[in-house]
Design a protein around this ligand. Structure first.
Ligand SMILES: NC(=O)c1ccc[n+]([C@@H]2O[C@H](COP(=O)([O-])OP(=O)(O)OC[C@H]3O[C@@H](n4cnc5c(N)ncnc54)[C@H](O)[C@@H]3O)[C@@H](O)[C@H]2O)c1
Length: 265
């Protein structure tokens, strides 16, 4: 308890899934959060549960003025901004590269990359003046390797990793740390929609996704939130410009090698 005591955070996509998990844990650890999300129903529901330590601000992360308003709300309501979590996301356009419409490509890049650019830009303006701050950007294992997501999602998440590493160089002298949270397939509205067709069917999603993991359990938002807590806290003071992968080794270890050399007993 209290690892983020007195801190103030903006969490985009904070109304559901991984973002919701981060908001809940940050509040448990003493922070106050702006839930910056486009989903008014889910955002207001979470605010009703956590207020006054979490406040919902309806935010479309593709809009610079919306993100600025979420940051302003943190400053006005909580007295400042210490942590910016650029986490909101969607799967975006899927399908073959030769038939991907330009408009769908641009919309996907806007939600997944422009959003992180805007959140980073606007938070950096505040953090540079106060000479402190933490930026956490959510990418994906699809941002590390090819073939784990749709083309444009993969491109976008690689861009999130690249942007975070690049700004880490500029911002470090100001006492600002920028790092990337990398989830593997995690139980959330996003994955429930994909694997069950119903974004609220988290129970079946947990079973289906769990079957793909050694040990039979898929990561839950809390597993990602625990990493995001470390990344936001003073315990990670020396971590900058890097990634934390939370997928129980699924993508970094080779399942094929495991099956070949260490068959199940
Ligand atoms: N769940 C996974 O398996 C997984 C794996 C790798 C990466 N990620 C990434 O984690 C992040 C969170 O995903 P999740 O699984 O929690 O999904 P989710 O659908 O459960 O939550 C995403 C949240 O983002 C919000 N959002 C979507 N578009 C928005 C917009 N334009 N403006 C503001 N808010 C918007 C949604 O309303 C929702 O509350 C995303 O960036 C996603 O790409 C998820």
């Amino acid at each position: 308890m209290g690892r983020l005591a007195g801190k103030s955070a903006v969490v985009t996509g904070g109304a559901r899934g991984i973002g919701e998990g981060i908001v809940r844990l940050y509040v448990e650890e003493g922070a106050r959060c702006i839930i910056a999300d486009i989903d008014v129903e889910a955002g207001e529901k979470l605010e009703a549960e956590l207020a006054p330590n979490a406040i919902f601000v309806r935010t479309d992360v593709t809009s610079e003025s919306d993100i600025a308003a979420a940051i302003d709300a943190a400053i006005l309501e909580f007295g400042g901004l210490d942590i910016m979590v650029n986490n909101a996301g969607v799967v975006g356009v899927i399908g073959h590269i030769d038939t991907t419409p330009l408009a769908d490509y641009e919309r996907t890049m806007s939600i997944l990359v422009t959003s992180v650019f805007l959140g980073t830009k606007l938070a950096a303006g505040v953090f540079k003046k106060q000479r402190s701050g933490v930026i956490i950007n959510t990418a994906s294992t699809a941002g590390i390797n090819g073939g784990l997501g749709p083309h444009i999602y993969t491109a976008a998440k690689h861009a999130v990793v690249g942007l975070t590493k690049s700004v880490a160089v500029e911002l470090a002298p100001f006492g600002i740390r920028s790092n990337v949270l990398v989830p593997g397939a995690t139980v959330s509205s996003l994955t429930a929609g994909i694997v069950t067709g119903d974004k609220d069917n988290l129970e079946d999603a947990a079973v289906r996704l769990g079957s793909k993991y050694v040990g039979g359990r898929a990561p839950m938002p809390r597993d990602l939130a625990n990493a995001a807590l470390f990344m936001a806290s003073d315990e990670s003071t020396f971590m900058n410009g890097t990634v934390i992968i939370i997928d129980s080794g699924k993508e970094v270890l080779s399942d094929r090698a495991r099956d070949k050399f260490y068959p199940a007993e």
